[in-house]
Design a protein around this ligand. Structure first.
Ligand SMILES: [Zn+2]
Length: 425
């Protein structure tokens, strides 16, 4: 134990037996909190504190926190230093929902999650004695409130957020689990691709794009769970680009030559065509061996346009617009880093759930596209169709739980509309 802790003990005195108990029960200290696993103490200025005996676990945690501090700063923490420096790594609001998520996953009942969000306490049978009677009453009230709401058919986790943010944690846990399932489907799809037989050009391209998507979804899930979801958006875009390519290749099989020509630039089998004036023409690529000329670039817009559906172009605009407004390289978004009083925020208000939301819809589009590829086995086709339906259901349930009105939110409207087209062919 260090000097400061000892000091604290010397200057604070426990309240007298007959003092009025500070917990607010109205009883005397001796008849109330004195019987519990903590002490009420008073310092020289007359301020009362609750002194909880440090558990071994707490002492251990403090030691770890000090070591961590030294590791990062190369010195012992000083008087003005925050000891728990890892807080900078997490947005506090996200920690709260992260806690609930872990609690729900660990099988702690929803009433307990609800009550601890409401009271800031975590009461268990073992630690009952560390709380005042009022705190325990507050806890019991919150638990009762949970059951009341449930009985009235109101979702207890549904809070009213004016800005349309959703907090129904359990639904998000479900959505994440559904994305885990996407990783499994993509992994299996890759494994089921022709192996020992020679891959043709289209197979190779599909394999590459599905593989990239597989990795991106895994990274997104890690980032979302770490609470740094806004940084997922470039990954979401890469999934969308892969979707566009896979879909374009299916509708234009001859474009495989173009894509392979682009790949051939790095293999050394292809090169850009040189114009008469000696300048490289990046729109045209030549196969060094056969002399065949292919396109040097196929724009994402062009690929989105290929389906001939207006919604696909609207979707393209929306995804790219979303990304430019969240990636923050743009100074127009400087406001998101300022408090209302002009102070500076540590975290911006990016919501990782936006990334999760777009990922779900884009992955549903991509799986639906994979299902339509010629060589895909019947069972895989059915599996993919099943999963597309599952993704759509999870998404719509999450939207419903959020209490948002789809018609009022153009982004959401587009996502829901696009989902409704899946599974048709
Ligand atoms: Zn008391």
């Amino acid at each position: 134990m260090n000097a400061r802790t000892r000091n604290v003990k010397e200057t604070k005195k426990e309240l007298r037996w007959n003092a009025k108990c500070p917990c607010g029960s109205g009883k005397s200290y001796g008849d109330c909190c004195k019987k519990r696993d903590f002490k009420w103490v008073k310092d020289k200025k007359g301020i009362t504190y609750r002194q909880v005996k440090m558990s071994e676990e707490l002492v251990e945690n403090l030691k770890k926190a000090e070591e961590r501090f030294e590791q990062v700063f190369g010195r012992k923490p000083g008087r003005d230093d925050k000891l728990f420096i890892d807080q900078y790594r997490y947005d506090p609001e996200l920690i709260e929902s992260e806690f609930s998520r872990i609690a729900l996953e660990a099988g702690v009942g929803p009433p307990v999650v609800y009550a601890s969000e409401k009271t800031g306490l975590i009461v268990t049978e073992e630690n009952l004695n560390r709380f005042t009677e009022l705190e325990l009453e507050e806890w019991d009230e919150a638990i009762a409130e949970y059951y009341d709401l449930e009985e009235q058919g109101i979702d207890p986790f549904l809070k009213d957020y004016d800005d349309g943010q959703f907090t129904y944690v359990a639904k998000w846990v479900e959505l994440e689990a559904v994305l885990d399932g996407c990783v499994i489907h993509l992994g299996r799809f890759i494994e089921n691709m022709p192996r020992n037989k020679k891959l043709n050009g289209s197979d190779l391209l599909q394999y590459f794009w599905v593989q990239r998507t597989f990795q991106s979804v895994r990274s997104i899930l890690v980032l979302v769970r770490e609470g740094v979801g806004a940084d997922c958006l470039p990954l979401v875009r890469s999934i969308y680009d892969n979707y566009l390519r896979i879909s374009y290749l299916r509708m234009n099989p001859e474009s495989a030559e173009d894509f392979l020509g682009i790949a051939g630039l790095s293999w050394g089998t292809h090169e850009y065509v040189r114009n008469d004036n000696g300048k490289l023409d990046r729109r045209r690529i030549r196969n060094k061996e056969s002399g065949q000329i292919t396109r040097g670039h196929i724009s994402s817009y062009k690929m989105a346009e290929r389906s001939g559906r207006e919604i696909d172009l609207a979707f393209f605009d929306d995804v790219y617009d979303l990304l430019s407004s969240f990636v923050h390289s743009d100074v127009r978004h400087i406001n998101e880093f300022l408090e209302e009083d002009g102070g500076l925020k540590l975290f911006s208000e990016d919501d990782p759930r936006i990334a999760l939301q777009y990922s779900t819809v884009i992955l549903a589009m991509l799986l639906d596209e994979l299902r339509l590829i010629d060589k895909v086995k019947k069972q895989t086709r059915l599996d993919l169709l099943f999963y597309v339906t599952k993704l759509r259901k999870a998404f719509l349930e999450m939207v419903e739980a959020s209490g948002q009105i789809v018609e009022d939110n153009p982004h959401l409207f587009l996502l829901v509309d696009r989902l409704s087209l899946l599974g048709k062919e």
